[in-house]
Ligand binder design. Structure first.
Ligand code: NAD
Length: 276
């Protein structure tokens, strides 16, 4: 494949760029994931909450690609926290995907108000031990949640998938992840296409390299070391977003992009988000 992999803390290889399917309807997911696979993506990021695990699974099967060439991530929703509930939720996701294992299973949000993410993670450790996930991890965990997890469970999460883009560069989380061998995966890597891609600094860097703003932002993530999972249902953009391995940003570009931090989130605050 044209996409390089990173090695997770348990030795499993994960493509550094994948395809995310949030806000893609189940039947549309079949078409969109099919297009992504045809364009060369091998890593697909879905979640129980996205309601498109069936369409995603059908597209994986229809592609005819060998299972070992695919990297499939899904996530446990907030309503399924707790040991037994988590095991049941995992079974349901696996059935919908039509798979015998997933490559990565994540707790979608910590939901600190429930106080169940430790128990939930212990179910993920069981799923990992049973070989039904090749790697386990979390999403939207703040350093304080990770710190508690590291103290009370055995398997260091392979990944923490967090909101991350040039407006929210997540220095503190990234440094914590590096210290503990956790890969940083960026969600909404393009800032959901809103505002960020119209930023004049990004436009200037894009013109300099003869690339698009989205390509510059994805290139920034890759050079920072993040795993990225951009989403688009537009065929030309699906192709554009994976065509980011033929150029490099330089130190001046990096310095300019560092100045774009605003610290504001597009998504919810993980400390309080508890939607079920
Ligand atoms: P994104 O940053 O990937 O932006 C997607 C949007 O940007 C598209 O809908 C489109 O409007 C625009 N876009 C895409 N490619 C473009 C291009 N080449 N040129 C111009 N505009 C373009 O946003 P996202 O979908 O929120 O995030 C990506 C993935 O991250 C999701 O699909 C999902 O898999 C994951 N995610 C996870 C969480 C979580 O809580 N773990 C939350 C949000 C998203």
């Amino acid at each position: 494949s044209k996409v390089p992999s990173i090695t997770l803390n348990n030795g499993i290889a994960m493509p550094q760029l994948g395809y995310g399917v949030w806000q893609v309807e189940d039947d549309q997911a079949f078409t969109a994931v099919g297009q992504a696979l045809a364009a060369g993506y091998r890593s697909i990021d879905t979640a129980a909450a996205y309601g498109n695990e069936e369409g995603t699974g059908k597209a994986l099967a229809a592609s005819g690609l060998p299972r070992e060439e695919l990297f499939v991530t899904t996530k446990l929703w907030n309503s399924a926290h707790g040991y037994d509930a988590a095991l049941r939720a995992f079974d349901a996701s696996l059935t919908k995907l039509g798979l015998e294992y997933v490559d990565l299973y994540l707790i979608h949000w910590p939901v600190p108000s429930k106080g169940l993410y430790i128990e939930t993670y212990k179910a993920l450790e069981k799923i990992l031990a049973d070989g039904r996930a090749k790697a386990i991890g979390v999403s939207n965990f703040l350093p304080e949640h990770l710190q508690r997890l590291l103290g009370e469970t055995s398997v260091v999460p392979a990944v923490n998938q967090i909101e991350l883009h040039p407006h929210l560069q997540q220095e503190e989380s990234r440094a914590f992840h590096v210290r503990h061998g956790i890969a940083t995966e960026a969600w909404s890597p393009l800032g959901q296409g809103r505002g960020l891609l119209d930023d004049p600094t990004i436009g200037r860097i894009a013109a300099k390299h003869g690339r698009t703003p989205a390509q510059v932002v994805l290139r920034w993530h890759l050079q920072v070391g993040n795993v990225v999972i951009p989403k688009s249902v537009t065929p030309s953009r699906i192709v554009e977003n994976i065509d980011v391995f033929g150029f490099e940003l330089d130190g001046d570009d990096f310095a300019a992009l560092a100045g774009l931090e605003t610290g504001s989130r597009l998504g919810p605050d993980p400390a309080t988000f508890d939607m079920a």
